[in-house]
Design a protein around this ligand. Structure first.
Ligand code: V47
Length: 396
């Protein structure tokens, strides 16, 4: 942090927290709350940006991926969800392995490295459905990384099929599962669980399954859905719980704050969190989760331009290219369904960052990295131009 920025942060009243951050010391619950309540968002952001740059320099990662939601049938009945249907509703669906294959073939000409798949808790599906889907994906694209099924879906499989969590995870891994997405965490407290999603596992089970997956060699992410019934204290407790689990396993790759989208949910009366709040949660996540390597700005939720700003508020990762996302679009997301690789690169470069394509496990995709005359890492191969980041249908 340069002296000017340091003075600015100190003058904002964050001097003590800044001193701890600069000394590499861990922030506590009270620090987290101070960061959540602090009136100067830019000072919070500057501190998070310092940590982000100390860890990742000027790099911003992106991944070329495809999202598939295999079923919207769900028995959990979460109040925040606009995506789920009961099995009898006319627009309920289950994708067969052949449907999944068709969706993948529609984009087979694109260099997709990751399939991200999550869906509802649908007790009508046998275990072989999940393994067949993964095997289909690996047949269609042998090199693709399958990141699929949340801790909640894994818990439901264990319960429905009389298996242990280990057996479920090992069965999925044997079929080709590569890692686990961060969904289903919501807010990891008893209060949020009781009010919002009591049809699903609680935070103890979510953390236990994540740690079991990590011990079996499956990395995962962790989300935090905020801006509904939770308090600021619950957000910080959520982060501290994740941080403690990470101390134990080091299996989390990225933290992904997700602002609640109320439209078409049973909480439609609630206001949507502001862009400023989204940026703040990236920053607080970066500062509190000192053992999480990556903070992800998920543009489909945030809109591309707020996610772009997030690259200066702690985020080092802009996810992803995404095809046919349904969970947030049902809940009122106005983001486009897809951005091209070129548009993602433009978004990152417009923010003054250096784009680096990654695989799911955050290995840089090496043939795309070169060095500029000043020795900075830059992508070598550039996809053809298909419009600029400002052509995304979202006003700057
Ligand atoms: O678990 C559902 C959230 C999650 C709404 O791991 C909502 O790389 C806001 O987990 N408003 C699913 N949020 C998405 C998810 C995810 C997304 C991007 C990347 C990764 C990753 C994981 O979305 C759910 C829930 O927490 N969610 N409905 C809503 N109305």
């Amino acid at each position: 942090m340069n002296p000017l920025q340091k003075r600015y942060v100190e003058r904002s009243g964050l001097g003590q927290i800044a001193a701890r951050v600069l000394a590499g010391a861990r922030l506590d619950r009270q620090d987290g709350l101070t960061l959540c309540r602090h009136p100067d968002l830019l000072a919070v952001g500057a501190l998070a940006n310092h940590v982000r740059e100390a860890r990742h320099g000027n790099i911003a990662y992106y991944v070329v991926n495809q999202h598939i939601n295999h079923t919207n049938v769900c028995v959990a009945g979460c109040k925040f969800c606009a995506f789920y249907r009961t099995a009898r509703q006319p627009d309920a669906y289950v994708l067969s392995p052949q449907d999944v294959e068709r969706r993948m073939l529609e984009h087979i000409d694109q260099p997709i490295r990751e399939i991200h798949m999550v869906g509802g808790i649908n007790p009508a599906l046998p275990f072989s459905y999940y393994t067949d889907i993964i095997r289909t994906m690996k047949r269609v694209r042998p090199d693709v990384h399958v990141k699929a099924f949340t801790m909640v879906e894994i818990a439901a499989m264990a319960e429905n099929f009389g298996m242990t969590v280990e057996q479920v995870l090992l069965g999925l891994k044997e079929a080709g599962l590569g890692s686990i997405p961060g969904g289903g965490a919501e807010i990891l407290t008893d209060h949020a669980h009781q009010v919002l999603f009591k049809g699903k596992i609680d935070h103890r089970a979510w953390i236990e399954i994540a740690m079991t997956a990590h011990r079996l060699g499956l990395k995962s992410n962790a989300t935090m859905m905020f801006g509904h019934v939770e308090t600021l204290e619950e957000r910080i407790d959520h982060m501290i719980l994740l941080r403690e689990a990470q101390d134990g396993t080091a299996g989390f790759m990225a933290f992904i704050p997700l602002a609640f989208h109320p439209e078409n949910t049973r909480l439609a009366h609630l206001p949507k969190p502001s862009a400023a709040e989204e940026l703040r949660m990236l920053a607080v996540g970066r500062l509190m989760l000192d053992n999480f390597p990556h903070i992800k700005a998920y543009w489909i939720m945030m809109t591309p331009r707020v996610a772009q700003a997030g690259l200066h508020f702690g985020a080092d990762d802009l996810d992803g290219t995404v095809v046919t996302e349904e969970i947030y679009h049902r809940a009122g997301s106005t983001s486009p369904q897809m951005v091209s690789t070129r548009q993602l690169i433009d978004l990152i470069e417009e923010a003054g960052r250096v784009p680096v394509e990654r695989d799911t496990l955050y290995n840089p995709v090496s043939q795309e990295i070169g060095r500029d005359p000043a020795g900075r890492r830059v992508p070598r191969a550039r996809p053809p131009h298909e419009g600029t980041a400002t052509d995304l249908g979202v006003s700057p």
